[in-house]
Design a protein around this ligand. Structure first.
Ligand code: FES
Ligand SMILES: [Fe+2]
Length: 408
């Protein structure tokens, strides 16, 4: 249970808030690369700030505060040219540092241009995603996590904008036992006996959590299993602060929960599919993006796939889950640990130190690998193919291609 003040401290992400200050030490995806062709601009929102991102005709990215200092039009509808981003209203143009370089209808002198400068932020691209950094200078390195770098794999990016705070989604990532009820029993009831979801419903014998350099390793041992199973021996990590690494044999995934503002989270499912030994993945010209549909035509939650169930749970907890009314029990100890970790990192930042996982050493950043179970839930390859049908992956535009690659 948390007091209202404790809850605000852990959930609110706007500029100047304690958590907003901590979260600004990290990079976040704001768009898929395919959404921003050369010459285009888009509106984005991150950590409660309205922004405009653009790609100039030479392919260089820029990220600026969204509203034009002239009379406030959105630069997200501007035109990107070789000088920078031109406001759609009167063409005032801002370069990638935020300097105003043109005022087409004015005979502008240097002082006038100088007064019109706007805020610019860090923006970089990797693995088919565009990442932003809004924090203090100097910006840390964009972490080169393994899945963004792998070659010879198939990739896709699923996405859903969810009307709830980021923290209740991250708390779900340290709640292993929800799998047996929500993804096991509840999903089985929706899908019927043939669905194969019952594989998820094996009971947990024990759960474990270990802190490591980048966050928390989660472990589980299922009834009938042992500590030598991948589920316990390897587990999978919560990568601080907003990423879950999850998957199984041949399927490796980041679930990235981007805090758009206090009550909105952009959820990314970034997947890599590995070819079986002796096979090659077909070449991909770009990483495709797809929307994960989580409401039906009546506006109800879709609970007929694994991630739809998760989304129902997260969003139905409320825009910001009210933790003054919760009733934590022993199987919630991962959640207690995550809140403690967040508090510890808040204190680190208040002391003027970098929080965990912030990378400034290029050598450390050549590639950062994370371990993840292969035989998840003691699963067989057959079960894993089935998982393609009952998870968000069923909406992927490359689903058939992935299934064909997995065929022996
Ligand atoms: S409002 Fe942007 S140029 Fe006028
Ligand atoms: Fe889940």
């Amino acid at each position: 249970m948390l007091s209202a003040a404790e809850q605000d401290r852990l959930t609110r992400v706007g500029p100047g808030t304690p958590m907003g200050t901590l979260l600004r030490y990290y990079w976040y995806p704001i768009l898929a690369s395919v959404e921003l062709p050369a010459g285009a601009a888009r509106e984005v929102r991150l950590l409660g700030e309205d922004l405009a991102v653009f790609r100039d005709p030479d392919g260089r990215l820029g990220l600026l505060a969204r509203y034009c200092p002239h009379r406030g039009a959105s630069l997200g509808y501007g035109l990107a040219n070789s000088a920078g981003l031109a406001c759609p209203y009167h063409g005032w143009t801002f370069d990638r540092t935020g300097a105003c370089v043109q005022m087409p209808a004015e005979n502008a002198n240097g002082r006038l241009l100088e007064r019109a400068a706007i805020v610019a932020y860090g923006v970089e691209e990797m693995g088919g995603l565009i990442f932003a950094y809004l924090g203090p200078a100097p910006a840390p390195l964009l972490p080169r996590y393994d899945l963004f770098l792998w070659e010879g794999v198939l990739r896709d990016v699923g996405r859903a904008q969810l009307p709830c705070n980021w923290l209740q989604i991250m708390e779900n990532s340290v709640d292993p036992v929800h799998v047996e009820y929500l993804h096991g029993h509840h999903l089985q009831v929706q899908l019927g006996e043939e669905a194969g979801a019952s594989h998820y419903s094996r009971k947990h014998e024990k759960i474990g959590f270990d802190l490591f350099e980048f966050g928390i390793i989660k472990r589980r041992q299922l009834v009938g299993g042992s500590e030598s199973d991948d589920d316990w021996r390897v587990g999978h990590p919560l990568i601080f602060p907003v990423t879950l690494r999850v998957g199984s044999q041949g399927q490796h995934r980041f679930q990235i929960r981007v805090p758009v503002d206090d009550v909105t989270t952009m959820h990314y499912w970034y997947s890599c599919y590995l070819p079986p030994t002796g096979k090659r993945a077909p070449a991909q010209e770009f990483v495709p993006l797809y929307e994960v549909p989580w409401r039906d035509e009546q506006g109800n939650f879709r609970v007929d796939f694994v991630d739809g169930g998760d989304i129902m749970a997260w969003v139905s907890q409320g825009a910001i889950a009210d933790r003054s009314r919760e009733m934590l029990v022993s199987s919630d100890r991962g959640i207690v640990l995550l809140r403690k970790l967040l508090s510890d990192q808040l204190e680190r930042v208040q002391r003027g130190e970098d929080p965990m996982g912030v990378i400034r050493d290029p050598e450390q950043n050549s590639s950062i690998s994370f371990a993840q179970e292969h035989n998840k839930l003691g699963g067989s390859a057959q079960f894993l193919r089935r998982a393609m049908d009952i998870s968000h992956a069923r909406f992927s535009p490359i689903r058939e291609q992935v299934l064909a690659m997995l065929e022996d």
